[in-house]
Design a protein around this ligand. Structure first.
Ligand code: NDP
Length: 252
């Protein structure tokens, strides 16, 4: 196969959770440009329809990934009505910041539900179909934060560490069924999630000094890694976490 064809996603169908904006929507656009039929997930149909304005060929599946029954129903409906899910990107996520001594129980629970439990619910529901077919690619969006210790963000970093280890476990359990499960770990990207940090000149100064690439990442810079992990180009890559972080995770 010519080497560039290895990256083609033509004839594949991809479900991207948390794709109403930010990284999820950008990855959906990238996978679509690589040939995939993409399905955008988020909690609110109206937000997904607005996102579709940007990506008219995309389809929509609105459900809350923290609701296991809704996830199973949503994924079964996609399989039945749109066709097999070949690629799942578990991207939906939230962030909460506060000193640990003040960290609210409700925020802790929300982080665990959205960033960890939902990854399990969605991967398990999709994997049951993929296992029947003997093929499938799952990409879990991890974070550079699982590799760093920064103030006021420990519960988020704990959830992303859990996703890293879940990725390894899923890869281990499902490889024999023909599935590949990998992680993609963004560094710092200027999305809505990081709006307060983007507005903080002191933080941006720290980021520029600390990151070898000396800047924020652009969300489009995540697309190549996602297409690689979703495509035949990564056919022997399993349980890996690919960092796309301008080098911050290896810098002192
Ligand atoms: P945004 O806040 O911009 O987008 C988050 C997306 O998740 C939205 O589409 C939101 O849609 C969706 N979402 C949230 N909760 C749920 C839910 N319960 N069910 C379904 N969808 C949900 O975040 P980013 O694009 O910045 O982040 C995307 C992922 O990347 C997250 O997992 C994040 O942790 C990770 N990440 C981000 C980094 C960054 O620098 N931005 C760095 C490292 C990792 P809606 O609200 O419409 O439901």
């Amino acid at each position: 196969m010519p080497s560039l064809d290895l990256f083609s996603l033509s004839g594949r169908r991809a479900l991207i959770t948390g794709a109403s904006r930010g990284i999820g929507l950008t990855l959906a656009r990238g996978l679509s440009e690589a040939g995939a039929e993409v399905i955008l997930n988020g909690r609110h149909r109206s937000a997904l329809e607005a996102a579709q304005g940007d990506l008219p060929q995309a389809r929509i599946a609105a459900f809350d990934v923290t609701d296991q029954a809704a996830v199973i129903e949503g994924i079964d409906a996609i399989e039945r009505e749109m066709g097999p899910i070949d690629i799942l990107i578990n991207n939906a996520g939230i962030q909460r910041r506060a000193p640990l001594e003040d960290f609210a129980r409700a925020d802790w629970d929300a982080l665990i539900e959205t960033n960890v439990s939902a990854v399990f619910f969605t991967a398990q529901a999709a994997a049951r179909h993929m296992i029947r077919r003997g093929a499938g690619k799952i990409i879990n969006i991890c974070s550079v934060q699982s590799e760093l210790a920064r103030p006021n963000i420990a519960p988020y970093t704990a959830t992303k560490g859990a996703v890293r280890n879940l990725t390894r476990g899923m890869a281990t359990d499902w490889a024999k069924h023909g599935l590949q499960v990998n992680g993609l770990a963004p560094g710092y990207f200027a999305t809505e999630m990081n709006a307060a940090l983007v507005a903080d000149a002191e933080f941006t100064g720290w980021l520029q000094r600390r990151t070898p690439a000396a800047r924020w990442g652009q969300v489009e810079e995540l697309v190549g890694a996602a297409v690689f992990l979703a495509s035949d180009a990564s056919s022997f890559v399993n349980g890996h976490m690919l960092m796309v972080d301008g080098g911050i995770s290896i810098s002192l």
